[in-house]
Design a protein. Structure first.
Length: 196
């Protein structure tokens, strides 16, 4: 079965991909490029992960082209704290479009419950509205220590922890428990402005 997977240069998403490769899935990683360093880490991670199953060439999306205009608009309308949610929403929406193009049946993400702002249950509900493909979250019940242990076992941990630039878009106070109603209102404003 084919799937697309969001792949960052961090610890979690490579482990999520590994777990689903082990299930026999054919996976196409999608990476939102923010810098040369992060992209080169992702390419290294792909080399390691390809040992565990059918991993296709990654699709690289320019984050500045795809997402930065949306984030600028959010700042302009006084909704900067929603940037992380719209970031994940736009990633899933793009992955879904790529998935439909290649005949994928699911999207894989590295979400585990409650680790960071975009991974509270309220926020997972909101970002899930971006996709009409099922979203598989193989790490959902694991804690950080368990994820790190797997990353070390499979050889991705050392690559993931190499120093890199922080995300340039993160707001000072990201929204932790977003309301779907408010998200939909903001989304409508962005759509009317032709940004989203």
């Amino acid at each position: 079965m084919k799937a697309v997977a969001l792949l960052s240069s961090g610890i979690d998403s490579p482990v999520a991909i590994y777990l689903m490769l082990r299930k026999g899935m054919e996976i196409t990683p999608v990476h939102f490029r923010q810098s040369d360093k992060k992209e080169s880490k992702v390419l290294e991670l792909c080399k390691v992960l390809s040992k565990y199953g059918k991993l296709n060439e990654p699709v690289i999306v320019d984050a500045y082209e795809e997402q930065a205009p949306i984030f600028s608009q959010l700042i302009e309308i006084g909704k900067a704290k929603w940037i992380c949610l719209f970031c994940k929403y736009t990633m899933l929406r793009k992955a879904c479009r790529i998935g439909h193009k290649i005949g994928a049946k699911a999207i894989i993400t590295g979400d585990s419950l409650g680790q960071v702002a975009s991974q509270t249950l309220d926020n997972l509900l909101i970002i899930s509205t971006a996709s009409d493909l099922p979203i598989l979250r193989p790490l959902i019940g694991l804690d950080k220590e368990e994820i790190v242990r797997i990353a070390k076992e499979i050889g991705t941990f050392e690559i993931s922890i190499e120093p890199e630039e922080p995300c340039p878009f993160v707001p000072r106070y990201p929204i932790v428990r977003g309301s779907l109603g408010e998200f939909l209102k903001i989304k409508e404003i962005l759509m009317n402005k032709g940004t989203l």
